[in-house]
Design a protein around this ligand. Structure first.
Ligand code: HEC
Ligand SMILES: [Cu+2]
Length: 339
């Protein structure tokens, strides 16, 4: 982890306030938590400090030149003096500039090499697809029965590199989890790659980093880094299909209602709902937000979202369903069973 001294943060009031708050998940790029992000943060701070030092030195030299008093020089001596003193300073200045810029370029290249893919062949692999305005997350495994799909919340085991393949279903998006890695575009018809590695358990905020339409700002995600045993538990639960309601129970009616009204766009594994236009909802209740981070996942927010998604994310690809209040209640109760 690269941690920046608190005093330095306080000395730079222009930094986003979130960088200092540990409670509200900051979208912080001044502090990183793993080997995929640390070299970038170090480089960023290094370049910032170098720029500040250079700026200060140039300012001092300029002021010294302006303020230094000299005796008046007779016309005919001027040309001689300029050659003697002035030119040598010019060489000194240019040499320092070249050395500093070359050093910055080399450091940048070394950083790029450090954050290129890790070598390990048996990394865990994810494919994340950007869509207006949410994230499809596919966990891939060599044994296909160990793969599954979820959305908007990525879980990873702490301390392991996770390879993430990125693509887009519509326009250009950008995958950005600043505390864990750099940022890279998600491009239709092209697969980009990066990797994530968290050095400590926690929830890290991610955000689409490329303007992708009206709800770009509401295209957020969470990366939850867990201890390997907790991650294994989570993955085993994700692999399960949804629990079937008891035959003849009200739950069975509710499931039928969901399949007929929502199943064209949403998948719930274990039911006839197999749509892929919207997020997989098989384990919706395991996620802490609704609609790509737009709302906390509570029954009230689910009801608000389903009854009128357009009021929460105007332009979203989910239309407002024509649904009675009683049906809405049934559907929300059904979603609560998707654990
Ligand atoms: C025409 C396709 C379509 C239909 C029909 C549809 N949805 Fe959606 N739904 C979407 C899309 C697309 C999103 C992602 C929206 C976003 O985040 O911008 C979504 C998001 C959601 C989410 C949030 C999921 C998450 O992980 O954040 C829930 C819950 C949801 N829909 C429930 C329903 C229910 C219940 C119905 C039926 C009453 C329904 N949807 C009908 C397309 C649809
Ligand atoms: Cu986007």
């Amino acid at each position: 982890m690269t941690r920046i001294p608190q005093s330095l943060l306080l000395a730079l009031p222009l930094l986003p306030a979130g960088a200092r708050a540990a409670t509200a998940l900051p979208l912080s790029y001044v502090q990183t938590f793993g080997t995929a992000g640390d070299p970038v943060t170090r480089l960023g701070w290094g370049l910032a400090v170098i720029s500040i030092v250079v700026f200060a030195l140039v300012t001092i030299a300029l002021l010294a030149g302006l303020l230094r008093r000299r005796p008046p020089v007779p016309e005919f001596e001027l040309a001689v003096r300029r050659d003697a003193g002035g030119m040598s300073w010019l060489y000194v200045g240019v040499s320092i500039t070249v050395v500093v810029l070359a050093a910055c370029a080399v450091w940048t290249m070394l950083t790029l090499r450090a954050i290129a893919m890790p070598g390990a062949a048996d990394q865990m692999k994810l494919h994340v697809t950007g869509a207006q305005w949410w994230w499809r997350v596919e966990y891939q495994a060599s044994d296909p029965s160990r793969g599954f799909t979820t959305a908007n919340e990525i879980h990873i085991p702490v301390g392991q590199p996770v390879k993430v393949e990125l693509s887009s279903e519509d326009v250009i998006h950008s995958f950005w989890v600043p505390q864990l890695s750099g940022k890279i575009d998600m491009i239709p018809g092209h697969t980009n790659e990066l990797w994530l590695q968290a050095s400590q358990p926690g929830t890290y905020r991610g955000q689409c980093g490329e303007f992708c339409g009206a709800q770009h700002a509401h295209m957020a995600m969470l990366v939850v880094a867990q201890r390997p045993e907790d991650f294994a538990t989570w993955r085993d639960r994700q692999l399960q299909p949804a629990a079937a309601p008891a035959p003849g129970s009200p739950g069975e009616n509710a499931e039928r209602l969901f399949v007929s009204r929502c199943g064209a766009c949403h998948t719930v594994r274990g039911t006839d709902a197999g749509g892929i236009l919207g997020p997989d909802l098989t384990h919706l209740m395991e996620r802490s937000t609704v609609a790509a981070g737009a709302l906390p996942n509570t029954p009230g927010n689910l009801a608000a979202w389903i009854s009128n998604p357009q009021s929460i994310k105007p332009g979203t690809r989910m239309p407002a369903p024509s649904i009675t209040p009683a049906e809405l209640q049934q559907v929300v109760a059904y979603l609560q069973t998707l654990r």
